[in-house]
Design a protein around this ligand. Structure first.
Ligand code: AMP
Ligand code: GLY
Length: 421
């Protein structure tokens, strides 16, 4: 098979790494890719948010399957364009991608599916929203309706913070994404992520994970895209996963199908778990980054079979071949991230390390120049390892982190603490 993966971060490196190990994969192209991906696949320059350009490219390269990594191309309908052109695609339609692109839409679906989630109200008028906030009190959660690059959620512990968030969002700080706000009940509990593949009707769980959103040790500092993750997440027990499937995920998939907008691809459910009960925090319509890195480390080559079955609507015949293993990924980020950071510093020590099915450095933001690897992003490397226990995986990953020579970067030293202490 000829396979095209869209994206160029650590998530896509992990997808490419898993896919290229499968003997079915004859040719692998990743657009745009990065310096790490370049070692295992062909990288191609392509505007992945331009559906027409992607279709033309995929047809010209005789691509049999397209795997869409990030949400932006999905939200603008690239998967629709590909499917309309008869190209097998893993990723939801623009209409189904609203499960991530619109928080108000997700709430509507949860209502219709009777899926447990936080109570909420929707507003486009700031005075009405603020009156509601005053009446409800804190803690309270204010969310911009649309995609706001992970910055559209304020969990307010103080009333003033909540009122300011309403003013900011409805005042245009996020443009169209903030034209409407969703104000939610604050949910207590422990968060974990649940990943399922969907083919429009059938659903298959492909793993659980927990990430670390704050920049610094002890879950302090600013929020980031994620500084590390591990899988499985022990808090998401089999019993809770089954409840999430029965009460949240399957009803959502059934509701989407019943509306004539069936869901295809991976559905990433952020869950809040309290007293053995899961409630939905949010959906994402893609693999998490860096959660994908730990899922791919555990799934390996079978990931391609599962993804292909989802794209071809035959998930019902598949099952995951689980090992009794744990995976962890440590994000190495540029000093200053998630604020301003320098680009172009040299990363040394990457070529001396063994890479195998238990050790991989996935590249998130790198480029190569004159035989050197340069940092080009905020999150730059995802040092990933697998082991029989989380502790073993963790120790292996930190050993690898310490062999990388990159003074301009930093990492958290406590990834996995919730599951280890
Ligand atoms: P979201 O973008 O919806 O995932 O929100 C980002 C983060 O805000 C989540 O991962 C949670 O930590 C937190 N959050 C969102 N909604 C709620 C809620 N209703 N109650 C408590 N925390 C929340
Ligand atoms: N790591 C969180 C996300 O991908 O949304």
């Amino acid at each position: 098979m000829n396979i095209l993966i869209l994206g160029g971060g650590g998530r896509e490196h992990a997808l490419a790494w898993a896919v290229h190990q499968n003997p079915k994969c004859d040719r692998l192209i990743v657009a745009p890719g990065n310096a790490g991906i370049d070692a295992i696949a062909e990288c191609a320059a392509l505007n992945i948010e331009d559906g027409e350009a992607v279709v033309e490219f995929a047809a010209a390269q005789s691509v049999d399957l397209v795997i869409v990594g990030p949400e932006a191309p999905l939200a603008v309908g690239v998967a629709d364009d590909l499917r309309a052109a008869g190209i097998s695609t893993f990723g939801p339609s623009a209409e189904a991608a609203k499960l991530e692109a619109s928080k108000a839409f997700t709430k509507e679906i949860c209502d219709a599916a009777n899926a447990p989630t936080a109570g909420y109200a929707r507003f486009t008028d700031a005075a009405a929203a603020k009156a509601y906030v005053r009446e409800t009190g804190v803690p309270i959660v204010i969310k911009a309706d649309g995609l706001a690059a992970g910055k559209g959620v304020v969990v307010a512990m103080e009333l003033q913070e909540a009122l300011d968030a309403v003013d900011d969002m409805l005042g245009g700080a996020f443009g169209e994404a903030g034209a409407e706000v969703v104000i939610e009940e604050f949910m207590e509990g422990e968060e974990a992520s649940f990943f399922v593949l969907c083919d429009g009707k059938d659903v298959l769980a492909v793993g659980t994970a927990q990430d670390h959103k704050r920049a610094y040790d002890g879950d302090t500092g600013p929020n980031t895209g994620g500084m590390g993750a591990y899988s499985p997440a022990p808090v998401l027990t089999d019993a809770i996963a089954e409840k999430a499937m029965a009460k949240i995920i399957r009803p959502t998939i059934a509701e989407m199908a019943q509306r004539g907008t069936p869901y295809h691809g991976v559905l990433y459910a952020g869950l809040m778990i309290k007293d053995g009960q899961p409630r939905l925090v949010e959906y994402n319509v893609r693999f998490g980054d860096p959660e994908c890195q730990v899922l791919m480390m555990r799934l390996g080559a079978q990931a391609l079979d599962l993804i292909q079955a989802a794209a071809e609507e035959r998930l019902g015949e598949m099952q995951v071949n689980w090992g009794n293993d744990h995976a962890i990924t440590i994000v190495m980020a540029a000093n200053g991230y998630p604020g301003a950071y320098e680009k172009g510093s040299v990363i040394a020590g990457l070529d001396t390390r063994a890479e195998d099915s238990k050790n991989m450095v996935f590249h998130a933001g790198t480029a190569s120049s004159d035989g050197k690897v340069l940092a080009t992003g905020g999150r730059v490397l995802n040092v990933t390892a697998r082991g029989d226990t989380l502790r073993e995986a963790r120790d292996r990953a930190y050993l690898a982190v310490n062999s990388i020579d990159w003074p301009e970067g930093f990492f958290r030293k406590d990834i996995g603490w919730r599951a280890l202490d």
